[in-house]
Ligand binder design. Structure first.
Ligand code: IMP
Ligand code: MG
Length: 179
């Protein structure tokens, strides 16, 4: 896997340090509450597991799986729900945990859908923000890092389901997806 990475964008140490800061921020802002942490499968899994273990307030876990139609390195704008939450979220403080915001289609669809179920609040916590590629106006309430317009893999992020288990976030060599 490593030979397919052009360069490392964020090392595992940088990611761990930033996740610690985000966890402290969430601990503070949700003190006295028990937020429902909604992980978006599969890309958020590493971030989700580390973030939740760094938090000290009580949380509950649930997951959703979504697919943006179309393979490859671009999302198409059409979003499909593959797995819904197990429980009702009415009156809950929901935090969506996502790997990356790119066009914004996925999160705007999700946020709209979750809001219609009458939660008390819905916030977005994304590890990466590829702000320059945004099509739909949506922002993360909590974010790890801004990300340049490069296709990145690792720490949960994939290309064709591979590279998710790289311990860092790296730029994928163009030759991997342009061949
Ligand atoms: P959006 O709907 O365009 O915001 O797409 C978000 C989803 O696209 C993320 O959950 C990722 O699965 C995927 N994605 C966007 N950019 C990248 C990238 O650079 N590497 C890997 N996956 C990405
Ligand atoms: Mg994803």
């Amino acid at each position: 896997m490593h030979q397919d990475v052009e360069s490392i964008m964020f090392t595992k140490e940088q990611i761990a340090a930033r996740i610690g800061e985000l966890a402290a921020q969430l601990d503070k802002e949700y003190a006295g509450k028990t937020p429902l942490m909604v992980g978006i499968l599969k890309g958020s899994v590493m971030f989700y597991a580390d973030l939740l273990r760094a938090m000290t307030i009580p949380v509950e876990m649930d997951f959703m799986a979504i697919s943006s139609y179309g393979a490859g390195s671009k999302s198409s704008g059409e979003v499909k729900l593959i797995k819904d939450l197990d429980r009702k979220i009415e009156g809950r403080d929901v935090i969506i945990v996502e790997d990356i915001i790119d066009s914004g289609y996925t999160l705007s669809y999700l946020k709209r859908m979750l809001y219609s179920r009458k939660p008390s609040s819905v916030k977005i916590c994304a590890l990466l923000d590829k702000y320059s590629r945004r099509v739909v106006p949506i922002e993360a309430d909590y974010k790890g890092f801004d990300c340049e317009d490069e296709f990145v893999v690792g720490f949960g992020l994939d290309y064709a389901e591979r590279y998710r288990n790289l311990p860092y976030i790296g730029i994928l060599k163009r030759s991997v997806y342009e061949k």
